[in-house]
Structures are given as structure tokens and as C-alpha cells.
Design a protein around this ligand. Sequence first.
Ligand SMILES: Nc1ncnc2c1ncn2[C@@H]1O[C@H](COP(=O)(O)OP(=O)(O)O)[C@@H](O)[C@H]1O
Ligand SMILES: [Mg+2]
Length: 151
Amino acid sequence: MSTPEAALYENSFFVEGGNFDTAGSVSSQIKALLKHMRLPNDVVRRAALVTYESEINIVSYADHGRIYLKVTSDYVMIEAIDKGQGIADIELAMQEGYSTATDKIREMGFGAGMGLCNIRNFSDFFRITSDVGKGTHLKMVIKIDKLFDGI
Ligand SMILES: Nc1ncnc2c1ncn2[C@@H]1O[C@H](COP(=O)(O)OP(=O)(O)O)[C@@H](O)[C@H]1O
Ligand SMILES: [Mg+2]
């Protein structure tokens, strides 16, 4: 018998700031991994979305970062930890439509200002901390609902 907290899978992935050629590759990998583990579609979709938005934010606004993935029988946990400019006003950054994206970023189709609020909405647990001039730390948990007890 495994304890509920025992990790079934753990890994971490490097994200390079400013490189839009590879942007989205970490979330694609994580999505494929979770699908392969046969997690419920809804869990895979939500985990992929929060990872994608976190990854794009690291590429757009940080120097570099790392995305940590942990899967247990009860939840998927994703942490995005970057080194970079950080966020001075988190409450403002969380608002729908607020964005400091440059024209270059907008031309590529990013910068709608919905990333952080979508991350919060799609996570069962979400925490963001940031140090200006140092970096930003996002933690997201997506619960895996069990349809039947004892299976
Ligand atoms: N990892 C990060 N490092 C620094 N600033 C960030 C980071 N993530 C988000 N931000 C800031 O928060 C704002 C809102 O982010 P988000 O909701 O994802 O919208 P968007 O990326 O479309 O601007 C960004 O425009 C940026 O100013
Ligand atoms: Mg964003």
C-alpha cells in the first residue's frame, strides 16, 4: 500500500527566457506525460493549461526558469520558479486584461493579460510569490477526483 502523498512521477524542465521558438514545448511534454499516465482528460487539460501559461510568462518576462512536475495518486502539482524581474504588484498582475507585454510579444499572439487569472481559475490551489529583481514562484495543484472509492 502506498501512502496518498507518495509521488508516482517527478521531473523538472528548464525554460529559457526570450526564446519563443521553443515556447510551449515544456507544457507539450508535460501534457503528453500526463496523458500517457492515463490521468482523467479534465486533469490533463487543466494541468497543460496552467503549465502553458506559466511557461509563456517565463519566456516573456523572465531570464530563465524551471517547471517542476509532481504527480501522486491524488493530485498533479506544478511549480514554475524563475529568475528575472519579478512582479511588483501581484494584485494588479492578476487582474483580467492587465499586461505589460511588448508589441513584439503581442505580435506573436500573446499578452492578452489572461494568463495568471486563468491559472488561478483552472487550479484547485494556486499561490504566487515574487521578489522584484529576483524572480517569481508559482505553485499550482490540480486534484484528481476519484470516481469510485476503493479502486
Ligand atoms: N514570471 C513573470 N515574471 C515577471 N512578470 C510576470 C511574470 N508572469 C507575469 N508577469 C507580469 O504579470 C502580467 C500579467 O500576466 P498574464 O496574466 O500572464 O498576462 P500576459 O502574459 O498576457 O501579460 C504580465 O504582463 C507581466 O507584467
Ligand atoms: Mg501570460
